[in-house]
Design a protein around this ligand. Structure first.
Ligand code: FES
Length: 170
């Protein structure tokens, strides 16, 4: 679950954003043990966790910035940038590895021209790694916009991406 490669964006915090982030921390009593829940709630509200959130949260919870950042970077679920219109999560855990998820990842990143944790330049698709979708018997597995899909081949993922295009949103 370690993600050391992400570097959050660095926009300045607007007053509204600072207030929203502080309000979420406050709603959890500014408790350090609620850090994960706070991150989840911020991501739900803002669509991602901006860089500026980390020092605000560290201050509110009275923890170090390094600790706030360490937890943020450890979990792949937390996004430093807003997601694209569609989110494709590719399982990289053991059963899916045994069934060719690496090749599927190469196919997807090559086709979309992005790396994992990135979004296509047109904002259509974000590609994310996950570690077991609970669908190991039907690996390799992906999740597209919250929908779980098993036994995914390169041809099938192409068809699924085409279907997103056909929906007019990709
Ligand atoms: S290992 Fe991929 S779904 Fe479980």
């Amino acid at each position: 679950m370690v993600n050391g490669s992400r570097s959050p964006a660095r926009p300045d915090a607007t007053d509204d954003m600072t207030a929203a982030i502080s309000a979420v921390a406050e709603a959890h009593g500014n408790r350090p043990d609620a850090l994960l829940e706070i991150y989840h709630d911020i991501q739900e509200r803002l669509g991602h966790i901006p860089e500026v959130a980390l020092p605000i949260i560290a201050r509110a919870l009275n923890i170090s910035r390094a600790e706030a950042r360490g937890v943020f970077t450890f979990y792949h679920d937390f996004r430093a940038q807003p997601a694209g219109r569609h989110v494709v999560k590719l399982c990289r855990a053991e059963a899916c590895q045994a069934m060719g998820c690496r090749q599927l990842e190469e196919h997807l990143t090559g086709k979309l021209g992005i790396r994992m944790s990135e979004t296509t330049p047109n904002g259509a698709i974000t590609l994310e790694a996950v570690y077991c979708l609970g669908n190991c018997a039907l690996s390799p597995a992906v999740m597209i916009d919250g929908k779980l899909i098993g036994r995914v081949s390169a041809e099938r993922i192409d068809a699924l991406l085409c279907a997103l295009d056909a929906g007019g949103a990709a």
